[in-house]
Ligand binder design. Sequence first.
Ligand code: GLU
Length: 328
Amino acid sequence: MSRVHLLATGGTIAGKAGSEVDPGYRSGEVAVEGLIDAVPGLRALAQLRGEQVAQVGSQDMNDALWLLLAARIDALFGANEADGIVITHGTDTVEETGYFLHLVVKSPRPVVLTGAMRPATALSADGPLNLYNAVAVAADPAARGRGAIVVLNDDLHCARDVTKASTTDVHTFISPGPGLLGSASYGRIRYFRQPPHPHSAASEFSVDGLERLPRVDILYAHANMPADLVRASVSLGARGLVVAGMGNGNVSTDAASALAEAVRAGVVVVRSSRGLSGDVGRNIELDDDALGLVAADQLNPQKSRVLLQLCLARGMGRGAVQEAFFRY
Ligand code: GLU
């Protein structure tokens, strides 16, 4: 039987409401043993161990917790204490935590993230079946080598591609462009593809010796976008900026000038898009070569922030950062 280690971080999957039909609730109230005990048959899928790493709504997930999770997973795999990991996590930022781990965990063993859209106390809570499927994936030797996988609502997503698309729908996660990695049906797992971009041991990023991540801010572009927020971020110490640009990563002319100023001050600036799908290419409407900007290619703003933090932590300049965005 595979050994699966469950790292619980909180989120709605561990949430409690006043009644079965109360839309208001508190994230992260049920402890890890309670999560495991709520799922009939879970212990028949794998030899399970649970560990409470945090107890937060994932809006409070942060760089320090990412580093802690990555170090804990490296330690568990390094000591051969687990064949697979399941992380229970709030859905708000699971795509960011997942992409971070996809890039830095060095083992081919599966790292599976799951959560729920309805609290544990809700009518038709989705958490128990999500957890059942997540443990089945983590216990499955065929999941090896596919990087971090997000499992929810019977779907398997590559952590690089997945994004949260609805505030409340249980079918909130989509992988625009590349599509699903696989599917789950009551623990029976099918895989549709391999993630084509480098991850895990094939990625150059790791958390070895990393005590903190550099500050990278995201600025949301909009009609009438001013330039002063760019200057504010730079003066507050951001070493990188990601723009959630309009359409193909566009910003106002004023903001573009301020970004070019930031680049001259040594800040690396990545243009992503506030659109849900499609690529951001170089030199489309903005002259990236002249302005010194990096195009995000396929990564949304929040994933661009993760990759840019890791690039800056490795001391990469903007040319190397652009290559990383095309590669990862
Ligand atoms: N804010 C909560 C979280 O991310 C709600 C989302 C969820 O877990 O479904 O933890």
